[in-house]
Design a protein around this ligand. Structure first.
Ligand code: BG6
Length: 514
């Protein structure tokens, strides 16, 4: 029996059907609702992925009649959906969209919501699952969760497939202590399998493909270890500044905003051991094991394994942009970091001694997220007699965004009568192979939550393990204040000390434009 399969063999896919559902968005007049949540629901509906019995409730402090909330949602779809607005198609959801003015601290407002939902269930003659979306500032997570519990909304249909669920937006705590407290509040009202802590990076197609790349191909896994890999880079760079989010960002900074969550997720998926199945718990167990194996980061103002920076005025795409301290709602003497680079070491059998360099920053040269696996130099000196024949070590670059795809850089013979080599790139691009119509991260994640699949959500111990690594760094910076905070020009690749972090190990960041 040959162990090959025809190229056209169908890939495995699960047919999943969403039960009758009501999604209740807390923070319904917020930016996330406008930009991401309503457009995601619109696109799910366009693809016939919402059930016939689908209901949308907005909950917020602003006083709005249902009709105004419905109208606002149309504006959000027109402004932010990846596909054009189709009024006919949306009318089915529109007619089942309601708004409730309420305070997150007031139990009676939650009881009114519950009565509305009870009446709805009675009216349609069947039970519905409730999906609560906490898209509010974190300051009101606690009262909202408590009122969901005290009103009985959290425990509806418990033990059945229709049990209430809660999606929680980031930031999930500010440090280990606050994340732990938040977990305690949540698990007082909900069971862990009702909780969906969101990290939108996990909803990105390219991030989901990391597991397929590693574990559905036989060529990568044998070389995915310290015997073949020299070092790994993870870059999540943004060219945008803090924009209108200065108030939030100045209290947060790049470590909390990007590293603790998005980058740690990328790192755990790229470095974890193969899970024993695709069951959510099996995958999340491996991610937690990996996070636990990361060694505490070496902290020192000079010569530590962490670099932090803050952008100054500069040019982005030829346009002058202000420095961080000149942005709106930033404390004039702020030492909040807008850039972080870290060297991480993983203390396990697979990765011992292989450095993982990660960096993320705002106002960097361009928007790009990628993972680069740098393999070791080819053995021997067969083609090294003359310097012009220099061989490069192979690199596998996984482009998370934009221009999603992957590139393998290998040595190749230049055609001609003499033996000359040149590095070449083997490219795969999602847009070329599959077209550009890929769903947005929030579409996938909301659908998964409705289907009760928490594979792409963060488990409580995962969040806490990642905070355990980041909290000592935050405490160290708190003590150092401005000391050790490097400035970098907007439009650059960050502070020079980030380059030195790799130079010290005789490595360098990949030239991303190259
Ligand atoms: C968010 C951060 O989680 O991710 C933002 O709060 C950041 O500061 C954003 O800009 C980046 O997301 P994406 O999907 O644009 O890479």
């Amino acid at each position: 029996m040959p162990d090959t399969h025809p190229a056209s063999a169908p890939s495995s896919s699960k047919l999943r059907e969403v039960p009758p559902t009501a999604i209740i968005i807390f923070g319904a007049s917020g930016d996330l609702t406008a930009r991401k949540l309503i457009p995601a629901l619109y696109n799910l509906n366009l693809d016939n992925l919402l059930p016939t019995d689908f209901y949308l409730f907005g909950f917020g402090r602003s006083s709005l009649p249902d009709s105004e909330f419905q109208q606002l949602n149309i504006t959000h779809i027109k402004d932010f959906s990846r596909r054009l607005f189709n009024a006919d198609k949306w009318s089915t959801v529109q007619s089942k969209t309601y708004y409730q003015t309420g305070s997150y601290e007031t139990l009676s407002d939650f009881i009114i919501l519950k009565e509305k939902i009870d009446a709805l269930e009675k009216n349609i003659g069947k039970p519905i699952q409730l999906l609560f979306y906490l898209s509010t500032p974190p300051t009101v997570f606690k009262p909202t969760l408590e009122n969901l519990g005290n009103s009985g909304l959290a425990s509806r249909h418990l033990g059945t497939k229709l049990a209430s669920k809660v999606i929680i937006e980031k930031p999930f705590g500010r440090d280990l202590g606050s994340a732990h407290d938040l977990n305690a509040i949540i698990t007082h009202q909900f069971q862990e399998n009702q909780v969906f802590r969101i990290d939108h990076y996990l909803g990105k197609e390219t991030v989901q493909d990391l597991l397929i790349l590693r574990f559905a191909n036989s060529i990568f896994e044998p070389i995915w270890n310290l015997n073949y890999v020299n070092y790994v880079e993870i870059t999540v760079a943004e060219s945008l500044g803090v924009g209108k989010r200065g108030g939030y960002y100045d209290q947060s900074g790049a470590l909390r905003d990007m590293i603790q969550n998005h980058i740690m997720q990328l790192l755990s998926l790229i470095a974890m051991e193969p899970p024993i199945s695709t069951d959510p718990e099996d995958i999340r167990n491996e991610k937690v094991k990996l996070l636990k194996a990361i060694q505490p980061v070496k902290l020192a103002v000079d010569g530590g394994d962490v670099v932090r920076g803050q952008y100054e005025e500069g040019l982005i795409a030829g346009e002058k942009v202000p420095g961080y301290l000149q942005e709106a709602d930033i404390y004039p003497n702020s030492y909040t970091e807008t850039f972080v680079a870290l060297k991480l070491l993983i203390n396990n059998w697979r990765w011992n001694g292989v450095p993982f360099y990660v960096r993320s920053g705002k106002r960097m040269a361009r928007r790009v997220s990628e993972i680069a696996i740098h393999f070791k130099y080819p053995h021997g000196s067969l083609f090294k007699e003359a310097s012009k024949y220099d061989l490069i070590p192979n690199t596998l670059v996984i482009q998370i965004q934009p221009d999603e795809g992957s590139t393998l850089i290998i040595n190749c013979k230049v055609p001609g009568l003499e033996t000359r080599t040149q590095p070449i790139k083997m490219h795969f691009r999602y847009a070329t192979t599959f077209g550009s119509e890929t769903p947005e991260a929030y579409e996938r994640l909301i659908l998964d939550a409705m289907l009760h699949d928490n594979t792409l959500f963060i488990r409580s111990d995962e969040a806490e393990t990642s905070w355990k690594l980041c909290t000592p760094i935050l405490n160290f910076w708190q003590e150092c204040k401005h000391h050790g905070l490097e400035k970098y020009t907007a439009g650059s690749w960050g502070p020079t000390t980030a380059t030195e972090l790799l130079w010290n190990d005789k490595h360098e960041w990949r030239k991303i434009d190259a």
